[in-house]
Design a protein around this ligand. Structure first.
Ligand SMILES: [Zn+2]
Ligand SMILES: [Zn+2]
Length: 411
């Protein structure tokens, strides 16, 4: 049936697939960055046969895979790790796992949504011309129409330069700025820790115009820097050489993940903290965050009917990772997207614990995340029931996905 559709109709369905997948996938349209083969032009090749070929590849992989979920092969993705040093460090493995699972998540959403669009239009006998124009218009400038090349362009090929002390870039400092590097860090670790030195005109009473350094950032920073100079690097300002994920722009890597990758030598799930908030945290949420910061092994603190704190700890390492990622999104992302799925899981596991009930927990989430939290939990539960079956929550499904990817990589 796909091949019977006219070109415009095909284009429209694929576009809808991409737009809808971007709305539904875990990382929104950023998920598309890891699926470069999904472009309308390439899928429309040979009068739409390219899309059928992609579907076939997806189905074949699904059939032959001994694990669920499975990785959709692509030449580009197979070579993604080519210029990374082998063997992979635990941090690189983790990043790769995370990106692979977000890639698969996006692909599944795309296929589902494109097929949905096709079947609906066939049923509706849609003319399929005006909507294409509208859809193309509406997605222009949203980053979707030209998403992939745009993001590839933004992957850094070298670290950015910011002053280790004042954290400013050359642009922000204006003309007359020179950067120097810490000689000890350069020799011992081959790491460029930059310091600015802006020359500013200075007029003294008894001498003619002379130039002095307006500030000496290296000197100012020494008190802090000497503790780890030549040993463990820098403040790890995002994007600079000291940040182990400098290649990845902030649109593709949430702050909380970057922070945890930059803490310690190996990736440890207990380093995955609540992140820096992009909104004003309520006082209840501030209390939660400070309790979690003191008790790094606890994943959440619930409060019983009598106000007693109940430590919630996840044992399974993949579930812990999934839970903490969602928790950081809930506690720091401006849209607080993680509240529903995180709370859904807490309620499922802890409902019936002495002193706790669904209602008591819901009240706590409303205190912490605001009045919308209740509706978000209900919506998350409804979606999971519709899509997952077997009583699984969104986080459980996601954690299974991550753990399978992790095992594949560990082989
Ligand atoms: Zn400076
Ligand atoms: Zn140094």
């Amino acid at each position: 049936m796909w091949l019977l559709l006219d070109d415009n109709e095909r284009k429209k369905c694929l576009l809808e697939g991409l737009v809808e997948a971007s709305k539904r996938a875990f990382w929104d349209e950023d998920g598309r960055a890891v699926c470069p083969e999904l472009t309308i032009t390439s899928l429309l090749k040979k009068r739409g046969n390219a899309f059928l070929k992609f579907l076939q590849l997806f189905k074949d992989t699904q059939k032959s895979a001994d694990t669920i979920p499975f990785a959709v092969p692509s030449e580009w993705w197979d070579h993604a790790l080519d210029d990374v040093d082998k063997p992979l460090s635990s941090k690189d493995k983790f990043m790769h796992t995370l990106l692979t699972s977000s890639r698969n998540d996006f692909i599944c959403h795309f296929i589902l949504q494109a097929i949905k669009a096709i079947s609906r239009d066939i049923v509706d006998e849609s003319e399929g011309t005006k909507p294409i124009v509208d859809a193309m218009e509406s997605c222009r400038g949203s980053g979707l129409a030209d998403g992939w090349p745009h993001i590839i362009e933004n992957l850094r090929d070298k670290p950015i330069i910011r002053c280790e002390n004042c954290e400013k870039s050359a642009e922000e400092l204006g003309t007359g700025v020179r950067f120097m590097v810490c000689a000890i860090c350069k020799t011992k670790m081959n790491l460029n820790i930059h310091y600015c030195s802006k020359q500013a005109p200075f007029r003294s009473i008894c001498r003619p115009v002379t130039h002095v350094f307006a500030r000496n950032c290296q000197k100012e920073d020494w008190k802090r820097h000497k503790a780890h100079c030549g040993k463990e690097g820098s403040k790890r300002i995002p994007g600079t050489a000291g940040d182990c994920a400098w290649r990845i722009p902030s649109s593709l890597l949430p702050d909380y993940l970057r922070d945890s990758l930059n803490t310690g030598d190996h990736f440890e799930v207990t380093n995955l903290g609540p992140g820096k908030p992009r909104f004003r945290r309520s006082s209840a949420l501030q209390r939660q965050v400070s309790m979690l910061e003191t008790d790094k092994d606890a994943d959440y603190i619930l409060f019983s009917s009598s106000g007693e704190p109940v430590r919630f700890v996840v044992d399974d390492p993949w579930m812990k990772l999934t839970f903490r990622s969602m928790r950081a999104t809930a506690m720091s992302d401006a849209r607080q997207m993680g509240v529903g799925p995180m709370a859904e899981y807490l309620i499922k596991v802890m409902n019936g614990y002495p002193g706790l009930s669904r209602e008591i927990m819901l009240r706590q989430f409303v205190d912490e995340y605001g009045p919308d939290a209740r509706a978000e939990v209900v919506q998350s539960e409804r979606k999971s029931a519709e899509r997952l079956g077997g009583g699984a929550t969104f986080l459980e499904a996601m954690s299974r996905n991550m753990s399978v990817m992790g095992q594949v990589l560990g082989r």
